[in-house]
Ligand binder design. Structure first.
Ligand code: URA
Length: 208
């Protein structure tokens, strides 16, 4: 018989390094576990509501995020805001947004496996303590880091998978990819994102 969600969360949080979300954040704020700490201005931990039912996980902070200390506030973030708003999802109150790595990789390169592993305890704590019902993985890096799959995002975006916490988890295109692919034609990345966000809204409503 599958374990009740509460029991599963307990089991997972027993393996966590931190006793609370605040403890994880405070540890991240002084973290020096990988070389990314050398060049950072800010540790970008999260934005939004820690009680949200919807969590969005991106790759890592860019320049704007590093300057402001908040995830998804640059061009990709502004597009993400528009995508959420188009489905009537309020970023501040209805989502909790974070990244696989909390410090900016130089030149916005993809974080290395070592850097992602060094940061893993934070994302694990965020998922366990926020305990969202729905998780969106924005882009291939978040997909690989969390679902540990090499499946191309174009093949599995828009599909719900079961995560170990009992949450439903869906890979979506990264907003930066949409910035580079502007077409809104049927079948284009933007068109797919629109289908996906409608599906997310439907799932959110069905939780209420
Ligand atoms: N891209 C990301 O993956 N995360 C951010 O916070 C900003 C841009």
């Amino acid at each position: 018989m599958p374990k009740p969600a509460k029991e599963k969360i307990q089991e997972i949080s027993n393996k966590l390094l931190y006793g609370s979300l605040d403890e994880a954040m405070n540890s991240a704020l002084t973290c020096r576990q990988c070389q990314l700490c050398e060049g950072r201005n800010s540790v970008v931990f999260a934005d939004g509501n820690p009680n949200a039912k919807l969590m969005i996980i991106g790759e890592g902070p860019g320049q704007q995020e590093d300057e402001q200390g908040l995830p998804f506030v640059g061009r990709a973030g502004q597009l993400l805001d528009k995508i959420l708003a188009s489905a009537n999802i309020d970023r501040k109150s209805e989502t909790y947004i974070c990244n696989v790595v909390k410090c900016r990789p130089p030149g916005n390169r993809v974080p290395s496996l070592e850097e992602m592993e060094a940061c893993r305890s934070y994302i694990e704590a965020q998922i366990a303590y926020v305990n969202p019902k729905l998780i969106l993985l924005a882009g291939a890096t978040a997909l690989g880091a969390i679902l540990k799959t090499k499946e191309p995002i174009s093949r599995i975006r828009g599909k719900w998978f079961d995560y170990k916490t009992g949450a439903k988890i869906m890979p979506i295109f990264h907003p930066s990819y949409l910035l580079r692919n502007d077409s809104k034609q049927v079948g284009s990345p933007k068109w797919h994102m629109w289908q996906d966000i409608k599906e997310v809204k439907k799932a959110l409503e069905s939780l209420q």
